[in-house]
Design a protein around this ligand. Structure first.
Ligand SMILES: [Zn+2]
Ligand SMILES: [Zn+2]
Length: 495
């Protein structure tokens, strides 16, 4: 018996209600079921509770009502006869993701996406919600999140004046005849084979792949679309130009870094915004090289960044003077032995810095193994020591260094605009989205995908108002923590 029929075997049939015929629609989502019932029985919002057990507030999000665990979903499952079946386990995007999302998205956070052909049947699948799925596997139609006629986003809300699935422009993605009398024309066999094969792959992948994204919806979705692509023939090759993504591929034959390399990186991971951290000396060399490239070589390419033609600086024309000014941004604050340097990181793009901290913390939590007596030590030492026992940790050291260097190049570019009145050399600011692969004790690879974002707007005026709102805003944009209102304003670092 097929996987889908197995899942349906435990269902309690509900013959009285149109739209509950699930056999032709493998792995249909709760939203898809509710949509079919709603349209085929010509329900109105006020009938939703009596018919489907869904309480309908004025502006009901049907996706949330059917998918989010709670009383509404429990009643809905019971009315559909799905109590005790595994059908609802496939409603959310996480169950289709090849990367463990660690609770990143709730279903209602993601825009509803449809295949226009499947939508005519009222068919919707949790798979369609994944940003990495660009095409319907059996219709080969692009999966859309907006009306094909007017471009307005698809809605999951029921309005008194609009049928569910109807757009304000008049386009109706649902077809009552197709969804009822012609429902067996849905390519259920192909769909089931494709989905079962995909699921087996995604479940295998999810055991050792993890997704780490910044709290920026578009960036996290684009990063996921790049990192989680399925190696199936029905997924066309990626259409994004290659310069929009940089993948940090693993390189074999590297030596593991020495003990306590991750101590400084672990300090970044705490909830306080630390901007002075003890990092490996190699990081200082790397950041100094970024500074030199930005300042002394007019046409040099910044690490991984797009260059603009060099512009004469506003006030400072002597290069050595510029250099001494700029070196302040990465001046070391002392060293511990030959290997560790205390570095002031306030010039680093705060998003990249935060993602460095999250990467180290995530590798520790996902792949690190606690040692005996750990409970007596500080969380930073626990993290640093556990990372020292992960095989393949050189990949972590390399990724952290790459991310920090790029974040510094971006932060420095913004500071040059403000302090030296130079034109920006970085066309597209980018934010890292990360995939970690590995098992407990072993780091297999780290992939970092850089997604372009709008650069922060920094005013060119170098003279902030003392303690004023505008100066606090500017400091934040430059990645520094503004002093609290009670604190004396500190001396600016460079002019
Ligand atoms: Zn389709
Ligand atoms: Zn429309």
């Amino acid at each position: 018996m097929s996987h889908w029929r197995n899942l349906l075997a435990l269902r309690i049939p509900q013959p009285g209600l149109l739209g509950l015929e699930l056999e032709p629609f493998p792995f249909i989502s709760g939203y898809g079921i509710a949509w079919r019932v709603y349209r085929l029985n010509c329900l109105e919002s006020k009938n939703l509770f009596s018919v489907l057990g869904i309480r309908a507030p004025a502006d009901l999000n049907l996706m949330k009502a059917c998918h989010r665990p709670g009383a509404s979903r429990t009643r809905f499952e019971a009315i559909c006869g799905l109590d005790g079946t595994q059908v609802p386990a496939y409603w959310n995007a996480q169950s289709w993701s090849p990367l463990d999302l660690h609770g990143l998205w709730s279903d209602e956070d993601l825009p509803i996406r449809h295949c226009p052909e499947c939508a005519r049947f009222g068919y919707h699948c949790g798979l369609f919600q994944l940003p990495s799925i660009t095409h319907c596997p059996w219709h080969e139609q692009p999966i859309r999140d907006s009306c094909p006629q007017c471009g307005a986003p698809y809605s999951v809300r029921s309005h008194l004046d609009l049928e569910l699935g109807c757009c304000a422009c008049g386009h109706d993605s649902f077809d009552s005849d197709i969804a009822s009398t012609a429902m067996w024309t849905f390519p259920h066999q192909t769909a089931e084979e494709t989905l079962t094969q995909y699921l087996a792959w995604a479940e295998r992948e999810r055991t050792h792949r993890h997704f780490i994204a910044p709290s920026h919806d578009r960036v996290s979705r684009e990063g996921f679309a790049n990192l989680a692509r399925a190696p199936m023939a029905w997924q066309p090759a990626i259409r994004d130009p290659p310069h929009q993504r940089t993948l940090l591929e693993p390189m074999e034959g590297r030596r593991e870094p020495s003990a306590r390399t991750f101590w400084g990186w672990s300090l970044l991971g705490s909830d306080r915004s630390l901007t002075i951290a003890p990092l490996p000396a190699s990081v200082h060399h790397r950041l100094a090289a970024v500074t030199r490239a930005r300042l002394t070589a007019p046409t040099a390419t910044l690490s991984g960044a797009d260059d603009m033609p060099d512009q004469p600086s506003g006030g400072l024309t002597d290069r050595s003077e510029q250099y001494s000014q700029m070196e302040r941004f990465i001046l070391p604050h002392g060293s511990i032995g030959a290997d560790t340097v205390w570095l002031h990181l306030s010039a680093v793009d705060p998003c990249a810095l935060q993602m460095c901290a999250r990467l180290a913390e995530s590798v520790y939590q996902l792949l690190g193994e606690p040692a005996q007596g750990d409970a007596l030590r500080s969380p930073h030492v626990q993290q640093s020591d556990a990372l020292d026992r992960v095989n393949g940790r050189w990949r972590l050291a390399q990724a952290l260094e790459e991310m920090l260097a790029r974040g510094f190049a971006q932060g420095l570019d913004a500071l040059c605009r403000v302090h030296l009145q130079q034109r920006t050399r970085i066309r597209a600011w980018r934010v890292p989205v990360i995939e970690i692969r590995g098992q407990k004790g072993h780091l297999e690879s780290i992939r970092v995908c850089w997604i372009p974002v709008k650069p922060p707007t920094v005013e060119s005026s170098p003279r902030p108002q003392k303690g004023g709102k505008a100066s606090r805003k500017r400091l934040r944009r430059r990645g520094r923590k503004p002093p609290s209102p009670n604190q004396a304003p500190r001396k600016r670092q460079a002019r």
